[in-house]
Design a protein around this ligand. Structure first.
Ligand code: ZN
Length: 284
């Protein structure tokens, strides 16, 4: 729905987003404003909201709630337990609201840093419902890409650590551009595929790549040879676009585990088939 609204219009979510586990996902879906009575309702039930979970006051087995809010700094668990119900409810509501406020500050910081997606992955790692939210978010991602700001101008390296990372907006965007928008060199070009694993990033500064491009240039062959680097995770990266974010600015575990290679195999084949169908021969 968000993509049909003017980008400047805020979207308000009524109720239902009153937990720190939900808030960043709601924000990723394009929600700008929230309201929720959860902080009071949880307090009424002696339930404490924490950044990554909810616990009952009676379940806290240490002297103090692991929190730095004014209530938790002042009162221990036993003290809270011994209070009358109304006073305890008031104080727990203040605590709960404080944790929600803290979460909002974290989300704001993540948006400014351009690390909201990493944050969602972190949240999804420890909670089944958050994981479901991440999976649902992935499904709607293509529509969402129209409204998520393009962060390709940012300088921070993208960290690819799990299969989830391969569904990040920046990577989905790159694949779409590569397969649908990128205009490969004209028919008749020779295609050279270089193994990305042997090269340093940014590829343009790798001495072997430099040497190859220099040779091609000296022999006036540059316009007739299409140099493609096969990145073990992201697949085919045409030399001409290898500096575009995040094609040089990313990190992945080395040696690269097999589960991170499936996308690259699939994309390389798709890319080469596309070149073949335009005409062109491959040399590796
Ligand atoms: Zn607290």
């Amino acid at each position: 729905m968000k993509e049909r609204l003017p980008p400047g219009k805020p979207v308000h979510l009524f109720g239902g987003a009153g937990h720190p586990l939900i808030l960043p996902f709601a924000v990723a879906l394009g929600i700008d404003l929230f309201d929720s009575a959860s902080y009071v309702l949880y307090a009424r039930d002696d339930r404490i909201i924490l950044r990554d979970r909810t616990v009952r006051l009676s379940e806290v087995k240490v002297d103090r709630i692991p929190c730095n809010c004014p209530v938790c700094r002042k009162y221990g668990v036993k003290e809270l337990m011994s209070m009358n119900k109304a006073e305890r409810e008031r104080l727990l509501a203040i605590h709960n609201l404080y944790v929600l406020w803290e979460e909002i500050q974290e989300i704001k910081a993540r948006i400014k840093e351009g690390t909201l997606w990493e944050y969602l992955e972190e949240k999804a790692g420890g909670d089944a419902r958050a994981k479901s939210a991440l999976l649902a978010l992935r499904k709607g991602l293509r529509a969402l890409l129209k409204v998520i700001p393009d962060e390709s101008g940012r300088v921070r390296a993208l960290h690819i650590t799990s299969v989830e990372s391969l569904h990040r907006p920046e990577i989905i965007r790159h694949i779409e551009r590569l397969l649908n928008n990128y205009e490969p060199p004209p028919q008749g070009c020779i295609v050279v595929v270089l193994p990305g694993e042997l090269l340093d990033r940014p590829y343009i500064r790798d001495s072997l790549v430099y040497w190859l491009i220099d040779q091609l240039s000296t022999n006036n062959l540059l316009s007739r040879v299409h140099v493609v680097i096969n990145n073990p995770v992201l697949g085919p990266i045409p030399y001409e676009i290898s500096e575009i974010y995040p094609l040089s600015q990313h990190e992945y575990p080395e040696p690269t585990p097999n589960y991170l290679r499936t996308l690259s195999h699939h994309l390389l084949r798709k890319y080469l088939v596309r070149l073949r169908d335009r005409g062109g021969s491959r040399m590796s």
